[in-house]
Design a binder for this molecule. Structure first.
Ligand code: BES
Ligand code: ZN
Length: 456
């Protein structure tokens, strides 16, 4: 059977597939840091070269930020668009890495081989699972599968600032019958999963100003307001004693889980204690009376992602700083409106400011939550293909993370998206020592070959 031949080809050529992934991992395409602009460009060039060599009509497409890559192969059947992102998160704190983040290595892990390096899982390893499936397909069939567009973004990790205008300007070219997004994970390490719910994301950065200069805390301390004290009080007030977020109207548009979904999630038999235990914790920090699975998949959050001000170097300095800063993000669910929450949050902060302090805000992206339509028969076909490859039934699951493009495919291009991927919870994405299990890379490639065969 042709599919078996493709799967065998994937098994035989895994070392070469891995070597190509290693090449991509060596390019430090950190999208948020302007110092790596040239590297983002290089990663896009690398993809264009690979995809052109594979027989796609591939091109780098400029944006005001980092380029997009589009590769096309016309053919019979439904037009599928595959999406992944070639940019990665910053690597700091570098001191916590066991090896240089952009010198990837195949290592022996406790449960098998793993690919260590920034982007190994999020999202270079994942996007390469699809590219390598196409390669094996071509080696067996003599041509690339079906009717395909590959679309790679270089700004996903920095809020996708160029995405909406790009989708609008290139709608004709990008609108396909169905989008496939490979940027999510397995369920509990071994079960394949298709994500049907994604949380939205709102980012806010604030600076609180007090005195017009840094002051000696002996000379002014007690009389002059310390902006870090103001900031700490505001941050401490963002959650009440039940773990609920206190910004006015924050819960507008947050739905209760439908009974059917609640029942389906209960059947997933998620190990709540292990989930937190694996990261050294035991006490769920969200709203009282909610399970951790609900907290990460179906409830909104408010988190401080960074806080700074005053003297943080070695030693000690008795300073009363002039300003204090924080970066705060909100994960959103249901119909929560990111723009309304931004305004309500800003008003709430202003209402807590002492009269002689001021605040400045900087917004960092605002995307609503996404709910995927799964009526297209392709979903059940893909689910069957995944179940066969992983030898466990594939489930429909939620995802606590955010992939804004999934919603934009729907709202801007009118195209449903199927989200599936092969990451594991312990991949340490966005953290030091990111890894991707070789098994996930290998079975990920095999999964796409099966899905392409099922959807072609
Ligand atoms: N691949 C992740 C999304 C994800 C996170 C999937 C966790 C599965 C589990 C994606 O690249 C990501 O990190 N997105 C950002 C969004 C952003 C910066 C706008 C996120 O969720 O923080
Ligand atoms: Zn990602």
């Amino acid at each position: 059977m042709a599919l078996d031949a493709v799967l065998n080809k994937i098994d035989e050529t895994l070392p070469q597939s891995l070597e190509r992934l290693m090449e991509l991992l060596r390019i430090p395409s950190i999208s948020t840091d302007p110092a790596y602009k040239g590297d983002c460009d290089r990663a896009a060039d690398w993809l264009v070269a690979e995809l052109s060599a594979l027989g796609f009509e591939a091109a780098k497409r400029p944006t005001p930020g980092h380029p997009m890559v589009i590769a096309r192969k016309q053919g019979p059947g439904r037009h599928l668009l595959f999406y992944g992102h070639y940019d990665v998160q910053p690597v700091d704190p570098l001191s916590l890495w066991d090896r240089p983040p952009f010198e990837p290595e195949l290592q022996d892990g406790p449960k098998g081989k793993l690919i260590r390096g920034r982007g190994a899982s999020d999202d270079k390893g994942q996007l390469m699972t699809f590219v390598e499936a196409c390669r094996a397909w071509k080696a067996v069939h003599g041509e690339l599968p079906g009717n395909l567009t590959l679309f790679f973004e270089g700004e996903e990790e920095s809020g996708s600032p160029s995405l909406i205008p790009f989708l609008k300007a290139n709608a004709e070219e990008l609108k396909a019958d169905l989008a496939l997004i490979c940027d999510t994970g397995l369920f509990e390490s071994t079960a394949p999963a298709i994500v049907t719910m994604l949380r939205g994301l709102l980012g806010e950065e604030l600076t609180i100003h007090a005195a017009n200069k840094d002051l000696h805390s002996g000379m002014y301390g007690g009389a002059a307001m310390n902006p870090i004290r103001v900031l700490a009080k505001i941050i401490a007030s963002l959650h009440d004693e039940n773990g609920r977020i206190t910004v006015p109207h924050f819960y507008d548009g947050v739905p209760e889980l439908p009974d059917a979904v609640r029942a389906q999630w209960q059947n997933l038999a998620f190990d709540h204690a292990k989930f937190l235990g694996d990261v050294g914790l035991a006490l769920p920090a969200g709203e009282k009376d909610r399970t951790p699975l609900e907290m990460i998949w179906s409830r909104p959050t408010c988190d401080v992602n960074g806080i700074w001000g005053g003297y943080t170097g070695d030693g000690f300095k008795t300073v009363l700083p002039a300003e204090a800063h924080a970066k705060i993000s909100f994960r959103l669910v249901g119909q929560q409106d990111p723009h309304a929450i931004r305004e309500n949050f800003r008003a709430y902060v202003r209402s807590m400011l002492p009269a002689d302090c001021t605040v400045e805000f900087k917004g960092h992206g605002a995307s609503p939550a996404g709910q995927m339509a799964i009526e297209d028969p392709a979903f059940e076909r893909a689910r069957a293909a995944l179940s066969t490859e992983w030898n466990r039934p594939a489930s429909y699951v939620g995802c606590g993370g955010s992939i804004p493009i999934a919603g934009y495919f729907q709202s801007i291009l009118g195209m449903d998206a199927m989200l599936l991927g092969f990451g594991r919870d312990d991949d340490q994405i966005h953290s030091p020592n990111e890894k991707y299990d070789l098994e996930c890379f290998h079975k990920g490639i095999r999964s796409w070959a099966r899905i392409l065969a099922a959807l072609a």
